[in-house]
Design a protein around this ligand. Structure first.
Ligand code: ADP
Length: 789
């Protein structure tokens, strides 16, 4: 606004204008002269005037019309108008002029002094007005400033009251303001809080990415948002979410930045802990080798949660061993191990893993107490460690299993400012709980695996194994037990052992099962669950043993009888006091010869049997005449035939030759005929038949004497086996005859068996292959002959 007042002069005659200018010149005002109403309106649009001198009579727009227009415009309505006219002094005109808004009227000829003084008054009025306006303006501005200051103060108070850190920064990013929370949190003084103060408290690991991001947003003007750790007064780093937004002026240019930093540490920690627990859980469930799992978890914990992590386990023998030891920096492990080796941990220490295992209670030490530090300061060598320990925070949580404490997991933080608290203890205990579960699962699995393996072993071993629980019921009955006893597991399991196997005992016990006699060698072990028995079948051994005893008895008896006869006869012959008659002497010598023959027969049988056993006897197989062989043996038997026995041979005139060893075949027939006679104590017919068959020649020796029970018909061919070892029928023998027969027949691919109804009479049948016939029977050399019932 111009300080010099302006005066608008309007007249269509420039002479008049010049005259006016001349009069007003001395007032030293700024004079604007125009020659038309339109031009005047134009001037009024751009200028403020102290007053207007207006000619009434103008051609296009006369003074009155112009005045009305001026008064209608708000901006110009207040400008005083002085009409200048030569026209008339008529009342009518004056009235019109005033109603058009004129303040005064000046008539021509103009009195210069009057005009000057009138204009002077208006100008003075204008200047007063202007001063008033200016004063009001100043006042207004002062009020505004006061108001602004008050609101800024309010914002500042608000900012200070906020629990967040708030700052403002210039366009270069340098801080210009920090709220109270900032100073409380960082412990900085006003002087320390320079433009780059935030970089001094951000964690060194988080600074580079934060600075890079900040530079980027300063350029682009987009909001800045980043998570970083701020160091607190106490030295602890806490996670914050930093944000800054640009505040722009009316032109859209960045004026400054407002930033906040919100403490998200607890939330972040919970997130991290959850992630850690999940990761640890994964590790723990990955394998059933729980020691390996614990090692992995310790490694995970030492990088995520603590600096050190170790796991102690209670071994089966009750000793405590370290199952895992991990550190953020693996180089530290070697050092720790050396230390542990040199100074083994004291199992009776009042604190630490053994104590936690003993008590089953977790231990939290936000700071390691002094006395512990001193205790650790065993020698100067470890001052480095002690220094470290001084910064340590420690948690040890027990691995509480269902029945006992399985071990303990220890966490140590050696990061300055990282102190374990109640939250960390919770996390440690949660981890311990999961580790415990993993250990128990692994152990359960291992036990069941071992059990499964044991049961596989039990199923496949040859010894019978059974478990009898405390109630005396059978809980386990393996395959061998089934096989040996013939009792199926289904019939035994769940039943009382005494009921299913009466007479059960330990040692060598005979058992009657299903009309079968079993000899078992039973041993027992008492266990927590009952008694485990193992047994093996001694029946066969037992039979052999019995047989061995029988042999000794039989053979010695068989030897003793002829020996006694020979001895008696020779003693009589040697007597000098008695003169023996010649007939008696001959008789005694006959006895000696006969009994010696029997002895040599027995010895021959023994020898032959042992040769057959050892495979030393060869068969000299040739073509021989079956009829002739049978006839020879029948004739031989007739020489000593008891009176009550009849012996008959029946053989067709035409018979095919057989492939056999003549001497051995004769021995077979001789044995069978002798037996038939011998075992017919009541006498009767003994019939020897020879008949041709498709591939064989069949010899059968039939008697009417003692029968042979069905179940014994196979066994009589065994070595030394006799039906009547006690000789109730008074018939002696070695039990070797039929064994020898069987072995000899077998050697020529023949067959031998007995047929008997078990009561009266027996028929022994021998089949010998025909000569030059391909041997097409199903029995190959070396196999047992068939003994048909
Ligand atoms: P030993 O006649 O010397 O006892 P063997 O081996 O010849 O021995 O016979 C075995 C057993 O078979 C005999 O003890 C006897 O009990 C029975 N045995 C053999 N032949 C006959 C038969 N013909 N009649 C009844 N039993 C017989």
């Amino acid at each position: 606004m111009s300080a010099t007042p302006s005066i608008l002069l309007v007249d269509d005659h420039s002479d008049n204008l010049l005259a006016l200018e001349a009069i007003l010149e001395p007032l030293d005002h700024h004079l604007v002269s125009v020659t038309s109403g339109t031009a005047a309106l134009r001037e009024l649009l751009s200028h403020d005037f102290a007053c207007i001198l207006l000619d009434v009579q103008m051609p296009d727009l006369d003074g009155f019309e112009l005045a009305e227009l001026i008064k209608q415009r708000e901006r110009s309505a207040h400008i005083p108008i002085l009409f200048v006219t030569a026209l008339s002094t008529e009342e009518r005109h004056v009235f019109r002029a005033y109603s058009a808004g004129a303040v005064d009227y000046i008539f021509k000829p103009i009195d210069a002094d009057i005009l000057r003084s009138k204009v002077g008054v208006f100008v003075e009025l204008w200047e007063k007005n202007r001063q008033l306006r200016d004063q009001a303006e100043i006042l207004h501005r002062q009020e505004l400033a006061a108001l602004e200051q008050a609101s800024e103060e309010r914002y500042r108070q608000l900012a200070d009251a906020m629990p967040q850190i708030i700052w403002t920064a210039g366009t270069d990013g340098g801080a210009t303001y920090f709220n109270r929370r900032w100073f409380e949190y960082t412990g900085m003084t006003e002087d320390e809080a320079g433009p780059a103060a935030w970089t001094k408290v951000v964690h060194p690991d988080d600074l580079p990415p934060a600075v890079a991001r900040r530079e980027q947003t300063l350029r682009s003007g987009e909001p800045f948002e980043v998570e970083y750790r701020f160091r607190s007064q106490s030295g602890e780093y806490r996670w914050h979410l930093g944000r800054a937004v640009a505040i722009r002026d009316e032109d859209g240019q960045i004026a400054f930045w407002i930033g906040t930093a919100t403490d998200i540490h607890d939330r972040k920690l919970v997130e991290e802990q959850r992630a850690f627990i999940i990761a640890a859980g994964d590790e723990l469930s990955r394998t059933l080798d729980y020691r390996e799992s614990l090692r992995r978890v310790a490694e995970l914990a030492s990088s995520e949660f603590a600096d050190w992590c170790s796991v102690h386990i209670v071994e089966r023998d009750g000793s405590i061993s370290q199952a895992a030891l991990a550190h953020r920096d693996p180089a530290q492990i070697t050092f720790a191990r050396e230390l542990q080796e040199r100074y083994p941990p004291d199992p009776n220490a009042p604190t630490g893993a053994p104590a936690v295992i003993r008590r089953g209670e977790a231990e939290l030490m936000p700071e390691i107490p002094d006395q512990m530090l001193r205790a650790a300061a065993i020698d100067d060598l470890h001052h480095e460690l002690i220094e470290q320990l001084g910064l340590c925070s420690y948690i040890c949580a027990p691995l509480r299993g269902r029945d006992a404490v399985l071990g303990a997991i220890t966490f140590v933080s050696a990061t300055p400012g990282r102190r374990f608290g109640a939250e960390d203890l919770k996390l440690a205990e949660e981890l311990a709980r999961r580790a415990t579960m993993a250990i128990e699962n692994a152990r359960l699995y291992r036990d069941s695996e071992e059990r499964a393996q044991a049961s596989r072993v039990l199923a496949s071993i040859g010894d019978g194994v059974l478990l009898v629980d405390r109630d005396g019921r059978v809980r386990l009955w393996n395959a061998a037990a089934e096989r040996i006893t013939g009792l199926a597991a289904g019939d035994v399991l769940g039943h009382r052992l005494a009921e299913v196997v009466p007479g059960w005992n330990t040692g060598t016990v005979p058992l009657e099962l299903d009309d079968r006699e079993l000899w078992l060698d039973v041993s027992a072990v008492a266990t927590e669950d009952g008694t485990v028995y193992a047994f093996r079948d001694l029946t066969h051994e037992r039979a052999l043993e019995t047989m061995r005893q029988d042999i000794v008895a039989t053979v010695s008896h068989e030897l003793r009888t002829p020996l006694a006869a020979i001895y008696g006869a020779s003693l009589t012959l040697r007597r000098e006091d008695v003169e023996l008659e010649e007939q008696l002497r001959r008789k005694l010598l006959e006895v000696i010869a006969e009994e010696s023959g029997k002895l040599s027969e027995i010895v021959n049988d023994l020898l032959l049997a042992s040769q057959l056993d050892s495979g030393k006897l060869n068969a000299n197989v040739e073509a021989c005449d079956p009829r002739e062989i049978a006839a020879l043996e029948v004739a031989a038997a007739r020489t000593h035939l008891p009176e009550n026995v009849e012996l008959a041979l029946s053989a067709p005139a035409e018979l095919p030759q057989v492939a056999a060893d003549v001497g051995q075949l004769r021995q077979v027939l001789s044995n069978l005929i002798d037996n038939a006679i011998k075992y017919s104590p009541a006498g009767g017919m003994v019939a020897v038949d020879v008949e041709p068959r498709e591939h064989f020649v069949r010899f059968s020796v039939r008697d009417r004497g003692l029968g042979i029970p069905r179940e014994e018909q196979a066994r009589i061919f065994e070595k030394f086996y006799r039906l009547d070892p006690d000789m109730t029928h008074g018939i002696g023998g070695t039990g070797l005859g039929l064994y020898i027969c069987r072995e000899l027949v077998r050697r020529v691919d023949g067959r031998i068996w007995v047929e008997s109804d078990g009561r009266t009479g027996s028929t022994f049948v021998v089949e010998i292959p025909r000569e030059l016939q391909p041997v097409t029977n199903e029995y190959r050399s070396g196999e047992r002959p068939v003994v048909r019932a």
